[in-house]
Design a binder for this molecule. Structure first.
Ligand code: CU
Length: 433
């Protein structure tokens, strides 16, 4: 056997496809390792050289190792939750937060999770997507007795498969999930699946109905959700995702909304879907996307390599999902001439003004009094002007030097790279009046 033939056989035996010769030729740019990228800092690693998962606006469940078993505790109970500065509500969560802390483990780990119930009604926890013994699956009535208020149940199982999963209440789901009893559950693979990443984020999408002036989310709502959230926060309460130019970034998205799927769009990048809560997607089945649809009861994992530094919008593309506490029942006012009405109304209500006759932009920033504990319809401060987006909106901040960049800071645009007022002389030269 000549040397070349031997190399081919040993390559195939090791599961490495040798054809085509140049592996880059069949690998789209976004799934290729970027040249010269930095490795994550050793302190941030969980295992196999990979960075620990970051839960923006959230936390990770701490483990205690007892005789080789990872032991953790989830306490289900009421939470005084802030959706964004200016709006708080009494939600239900785990360990004082909604979503609950992200559970992070290694393939093959034995986990023992105590669930304490401090809710006013029974509960149970289902480990969504995790393959485990039937009696640990958490469906109250079907797999176990519900956990009575004040009691603690023990779940114990081995996580056989790696993946991006979720956990949530499986007793009175409609109420308990609507109030926030949801969380993400990540199992890292022992053997890397695909190239390593430099950043790893997890975002749970969700939706709530909090009527203006109400103390709690309304679990009976079916359609008119007015708080669309990443990790139970609405913009401008969402923390940005800070990443480096040329880094490989993984974002894991889950959806435990009561009623809606969320097409999450990221500006300035394209990405590949690499996994769902059912497992890894073979490379041959991936295609480049700029929007990933995250259906209710599913997770989607995407990987991207940003090329362009800047502040890039990341949001649900449903336009009513980037709004906050708005009413949907108002008549269409666009194009209406209300001058006569306004004059007559002013006689009885001097501060009266008809809104929406030219469109609804800028309503969030109007200096109008809003009820206590409520949010303007949308928006927050931006580097150029008010950002006319709310709800399920955050910012992917791509920086050349992310480790020395302020996550709260805005991108400094190089001279001449920002759209601005057109120069009439230039327009004339271009043949436009
Ligand atoms: Cu949405």
């Amino acid at each position: 056997m000549d040397r070349r033939r031997f190399v081919q056989i040993s390559g195939l035996a090791a599961g490495t496809a040798l054809l085509p010769r140049n592996p880059e030729a069949r690998t789209p740019a976004s799934v290729r390792a970027a040249p010269g990228r930095k490795r994550a800092k050793p302190g941030a690693m969980i295992t196999t050289g990979q960075p620990a998962v970051v839960t923006p606006n959230g936390s990770t469940l701490p483990w205690k190792i007892v005789d080789g078993v990872k032991v953790g505790r989830l306490i289900a109970g009421p939470v005084d939750h802030e959706f964004a500065p200016g709006l708080r509500a009494e939600c239900w969560g785990y360990n004082g937060s909604t979503p609950g802390p992200t559970i992070e483990a290694m393939e093959g780990d034995r986990l023992r999770i105590y669930v304490a119930n401090r809710l006013p009604e029974p509960t149970s926890v289902h480990w969504h997507g995790v393959i485990l013994p039937n009696g640990m699956d958490g469906v109250a009535g079907l797999n176990q007795k519900p956990i009575p208020p004040g009691e603690t149940f023990m779940y114990e199982f081995t996580v056989k498969y790696p993946g991006t999963f979720m956990y949530h209440s499986h007793y009175d789901e409609m109420t308990q999930m609507a109030l926030g009893l949801v969380g993400m559950f990540i199992v890292h693979p022992k053997q890397p699946r695909g190239p390593g990443v430099d950043r790893d984020f997890v975002l749970m999408t969700h939706e709530f109905r909090v009527a203006v002036g109400a103390r709690r989310p309304d679990p009976n709502e079916m359609k008119d959700f007015n708080l669309l959230t990443f990790n139970s926060r609405a913009f401008p309460g969402t923390a940005p995702l800070l990443v480096g130019t040329g880094e490989r970034v993984r974002i894991r998205l889950g959806n435990l909304s009561p009623m809606d799927h969320h097409p999450v769009h990221i500006h300035g990048v394209f990405f590949h879907e690499t996994a769902t809560d059912g497992g890894y997607i073979p490379e041959s089945a991936r295609r480049p996307e700029t929007t990933v649809l995250v259906p209710v009861g599913s997770t989607r994992v995407i990987e991207l390599i940003p090329e362009e530094p800047g502040d890039w919008a990341m949001h649900c593309h449903m336009t009513h999902h980037v709004m906050t506490q708005m009413g949907h029942g108002s008549p269409i006012m666009i194009g209406a001439d209300t001058s006569r009405l306004d004059r007559r109304m002013a006689r009885v209500m001097p501060a009266y003004m008809t809104m929406g006759t030219t469109g609804m932009g800028g309503m969030g920033e109007m200096d109008m009094p809003i009820p206590p504990n409520s949010l303007p319809m949308r928006g927050g401060p931006g580097p150029f002007s008010y950002i006319d987006m709310g709800g399920m909106f955050t910012v992917l901040k791509v920086r050349d030097d992310p480790d020395n960049s302020d996550p709260a800071g805005w991108y400094a645009h190089p001279e001449g790279t920002v759209a601005g007022p057109a120069d009439p002389a230039r327009m004339k030269k271009d043949g436009l009046e």
